[in-house]
Design a protein around this ligand. Structure first.
Ligand code: FAD
Length: 310
């Protein structure tokens, strides 16, 4: 039994989701190896070597791996796959791009978005937008798995001292090339890693009104989120969407404002530790999952709450 984790990183540092994936990999039994495929990626490799529970770090460093195009990273993973019983990556946009290719190249089924490891061949994963949990058993020789980060604690970033081994980089697939990247800049925490999230829904009424949530988020040091209805209406940017087709979050505190609580929204936030809902409709389904509910007009309640927070 041995697990290979494909690191998500920016060449200098590891993305937090990699730490949760390492925890899942450790539960599969056997040693955990982390593959860092990048360019000038010593920083990320050293970070991976320090993660508690990591036995070995494989580093493939080449210019064509700089932007971690899925075709190249998948080929790199397959090149070292021999000897591993499990290959895992975070169920992020990046991991979901790479792992299906790995599974196809190895001719095995992918096991998607696991939320627990029951045994080395048996895992649980949500289905029907999180309304049911499926227990799946795989007979494949290699289990190719994406990991839902919110279901596993992050491995400690320090305390490990894994060996770092340089490996040959695979040739550039030539199937895709990196054109450019536009990165949204924000002083707020990243949505999926934030301890507090303030989310707005269609009830906010307009993009202008949505700004009402900013002072509240600022006071709480929160990331901002939104329902799909709010995103579709243009009140909030696309990458703020929480839910089945958005981001999955599980912060310490989730504040849902003017959000009805459709199952597709709940699928992305119902594992939050404490849920607060503000809605003028006392029958709104969000109150079914809320720990604290306030039946009120948000345009009165939000400024009042923000002011009381000092
Ligand atoms: P609404 O359901 O319209 O609710 C607005 C709420 O605001 C109401 O409860 C209302 O009482 C309240 N309100 C209005 N005015 C005020 C006021 N002044 N003060 C206080 N409260 C007020 N949705 C997601 O969010 N994320 C997803 O990822 C997602 N994926 C989907 C995938 C599929 C395949 C499908 C079919 C749907 C998906 N949806 C998703 C959409 C989902 O079904 C709902 O339509 C959506 O979540 C509703 O958003 P909402 O709660 O903001 O709007």
């Amino acid at each position: 039994m041995a697990a290979l984790v494909i690191a998500e990183h920016d060449n200098a540092t590891l993305k937090p989701a990699t730490l949760n994936t390492i925890t899942a990999a450790a539960r599969c039994g056997g040693d955990v190896t982390v593959l860092v495929a990048g360019a000038g990626c010593d920083g990320a490799a050293q970070a991976a070597a320090q993660v508690a529970g990591v036995a070995k770090v494989l580093v493939a460093d080449a210019p064509h791996l700089a932007d971690q195009l899925a075709e190249n990273v998948a080929a790199q993973a397959v090149a070292v796959a021999g000897g591993y019983s499990h290959i895992l990556a975070p169920a992020t946009a990046s991991g979901k791009n790479v792992l299906p290719r790995v599974a196809a190249l190895l001719d095995v089924a992918q096991i998607s978005e696991i939320t627990s490891v029951e045994s080395p061949d048996t895992f649980t994963r949500p289905i029907y937008a999180g309304n049911a949990i499926a227990t799946v058993q795989s007979a494949d020789a290699v289990k190719v798995i994406t990991v839902r980060g919110t279901a596993f604690d992050a491995a400690a970033a320090t305390g490990g001292s894994a060996a770092v081994e340089r490996i040959d980089a695979v040739a550039d697939s030539g199937k895709s090339s990196f054109v450019g990247r536009e990165i949204a800049k924000s002083d707020r925490p990243e949505l999926t890693a934030a301890k507090i999230v303030v989310s707005g829904g269609r009830g906010m009424g307009s993009a202008e009104n949505f700004k009402l949530l900013e002072p509240l988020a600022d006071k709480l040091g929160a990331a901002m989120g939104a329902s799909r209805a709010a995103v579709d209406a243009g009140y909030a940017p696309n990458d703020w969407q929480v839910g089945q087709t958005g981001k999955i979050v599980a912060p310490q505190l989730y504040v849902a404002i003017g959000i009805s609580g459709a199952i597709q929204h709940l699928a992305g936030m119902k594992d939050s530790k404490v849920i607060v809902a503000i809605n003028k409709d006392e029958e709104a389904p969000i109150f079914g999952v809320a720990d604290y509910g306030l039946v009120a007009d948000l345009f009165q309640a939000v400024p009042e709450l923000t002011e009381k927070l000092g």
